[in-house]
Design a protein around this ligand. Structure first.
Ligand SMILES: *Cc1c(COP(=O)(O)O)cnc(C)c1O
Length: 374
């Protein structure tokens, strides 16, 4: 048990300082500890009963309904389930998209999450990478050029509602304009809202990405802005797409509509308890608080005289990459010469101050070395 205590100690210490990933850390799900002593499995479709009785599907359905609601839909028009995370939700969206057409092409920007390429490889769908702009958003002119060369083929648009590195949001109106311009008859729109799915609905002006805009599917991560010790997510799709692939499996007596057979029965409980505790209002407030911390962080970093970039109301602040020592201490994700911090719940002004103070100290030293005073 000593080893386990050590592992726990290391994890809880290191989670105190990290600033670089979109993982909220203000949760406490210890009330669900009794569930660790029972079999739990939400095998198959959340709406269909199975031979196995130890599941939390009724709770899972409530979770899905909550997300359908904040994404401007309801359970009549949409269907969904609790996944293992954003990657599975994106895989599922792309899977339904592929099943909708013969010989489609997927368009996605180079700023997309690294898992998208792998998902496309698994599904074996033709795809084209679209250039991205400096703020992480898709380059619409490049999209137009690529689309115009393939206008006879069904198009699947994989859109980013918050890119991983810069929190760029693809502009649905611009995509729709291009669809009209080239009279694309068959198309499918999937939104990768892994991080922003439960944030964007509460931002003014609200980014366009939900079911009121006619999108076909949306993937969200549950362990990011909501927070969870076990990775999880939610995928929501137009019900008609799910009905297209529905299959019945006699062995477990349920419908095989999900990517995996056995599914986590614990994570729906976490998400459900968050919803019970916070509701829509609490979630909106959570977003407001996080934006306030991000405003603070942006201002502090700008005071350092380094390059600082932030998309409107984003929780992600991008800046010149500090030393490896600082990146490692704060577990900052880096790309080329930039790094970012993400102001998720659990991060407060003290964290930002500590980071800024470390970064300042480093900048003073570097400056002295670079510009010796004679
Ligand atoms: C985090 C993230 C993913 C992957 O989600 P997981 O929950 O880690 O599987 C996909 N896309 C974007 C934009 C993300 O930020």
């Amino acid at each position: 048990m000593k080893l386990i205590e050590e592992v726990f100690g290391k994890i809880s210490d290191s989670s105190k300082e990290f600033l670089g990933y979109p993982l909220a850390k203000d949760f406490d799900y210890r009330q669900f500890a009794p569930f660790l002593n029972v079999c739990l499995n939400n095998i198959g479709d959340p709406e269909s009963p199975s031979t196995l009785l130890f599941h939390t599907k009724n709770i899972e359905k409530e979770v899905v309904a909550f997300f359908a609601d904040i994404l401007s839909s309801d359970m009549e028009k949409t269907w969904g389930y609790v996944t293992n995370g954003g990657t599975e939700g994106n895989l599922y969206g792309l899977y339904l998209a592929r099943e909708s057409f013969r010989n489609p092409i997927v368009y996605y920007s180079e700023a997309s999450h690294y898992s998208v390429k792998k998902n496309l490889h698994l599904l074996n769908i033709d795809n084209i990478v679209v250039r991205s702009q400096d703020n992480g958003e898709m380059d619409y002119e490049d999209l137009e050029t690529l689309l115009s060369m393939n206008r006879h083929r069904p198009a699947i648009f994989f859109l980013n509602i918050g890119t991983t590195m810069k929190e760029g949001i693809d502009d649905l109106d611009r995509i729709k304009e291009t669809i009209r311009k080239y009279s694309i008859k068959d198309y499918y729109i999937h939104c990768d809202a892994a991080f922003l799915g439960c944030i964007a609905p509460f931002i003014e002006p609200k980014p366009k990405f939900d079911f009121s805009e006619g999108v076909d599917s949306i993937a969200i991560s549950g362990h990011k802005f909501i927070g969870s010790p076990i990775p999880c997510g939610i995928v929501l799709v137009k019900r008609k797409h799910r009905n297209r692939i529905v299959n019945s499996v006699s062995y477990v007596g349920t419908l095989d509509t999900t990517i995996t057979g056995s599914r986590n029965g614990l994570t729906p409980l976490f998400l459900w308890s968050f919803i019970q505790k916070h509701g829509k209002k609490g979630l909106a407030k959570r977003v407001e608080n996080a934006i306030e911390i991000a405003d603070y962080a942006e201002e502090k970093l700008k005071g350092l005289g380094v390059n600082v970039r932030r998309n409107p109301k984003a929780l992600t602040i991008v800046f010149d990459k500090p030393s490896a020592k600082i990146c490692s201490k704060y577990q900052l994700a880096t790309e080329d010469n930039i790094a970012h911090i993400i102001c998720v719940p659990g991060i407060d002004k003290n964290h930002i101050d500590a980071f800024v103070s470390d970064y300042t100290a480093e900048l003073i030293i570097t400056k002295t070395i670079e510009e010796p005073v004679y």
